[in-house]
Design a protein around this ligand. Structure first.
Ligand SMILES: [Zn+2]
Ligand SMILES: [Zn+2]
Length: 153
């Protein structure tokens, strides 16, 4: 790949735009799955670069959020400026990485994933993967026959 060539040319070399789907960057990605593009001497997030190139200037106080959840996507229709707080709220709403994070925080605080039961010996049993299972939660779940997906506490 010719390093000197215009980053915009490189953008379209690694991205195939189409009408409806995600325009996925096929170039270099970081460990979180976000595309990276070299601009001058710097590596930049490709979705930020693409937003700037196609939509307009970035606001340094705002994040770019993917409405499609495809981190390597640069389709401007799937990108929107959002505050970090909004971005996090969106993640929580979509229940992506966050449920686990919250459950782990509660676990450290000494309560089960639902936040309603203390980790006292009579409340938990080890599961096959070595995590603690909250017995009151399990009881409640089977009693109520919840139809929502069961999230481990
Ligand atoms: Zn997309
Ligand atoms: Zn519980």
């Amino acid at each position: 790949m010719p390093v000197a060539c215009d980053p915009l040319v490189r953008l379209w070399y690694y991205v195939t735009p189409n009408d409806t789907e995600c325009w996925e960057w096929r170039g270099h990605k970081n460990h979180s799955g976000y595309g990276l593009i070299r601009v001058g001497r710097k590596m930049r997030s490709v979705h930020r670069f693409a937003y700037e190139a196609m939509v307009g200037p970035l606001d340094p106080t705002l994040d770019i959020m993917h409405t499609c959840d495809t981190r390597a996507c640069v389709n401007p229709a799937h990108l929107r400026l959002a505050s970090t707080a909004e971005n996090i709220r969106d993640m929580i709403a979509k229940g992506r990485d966050n449920f686990r994070g919250k459950a782990q925080a509660r676990d450290r605080a000494g309560v089960c994933g639902s936040g309603r039961h203390k980790w006292i010996p009579e409340n938990w049993a080890p599961s096959s993967d070595g995590r603690r299972r909250c017995l009151p939660c399990i009881k409640e779940r089977s009693a109520k026959k919840w139809r929502s997906p069961v999230l481990d506490g």
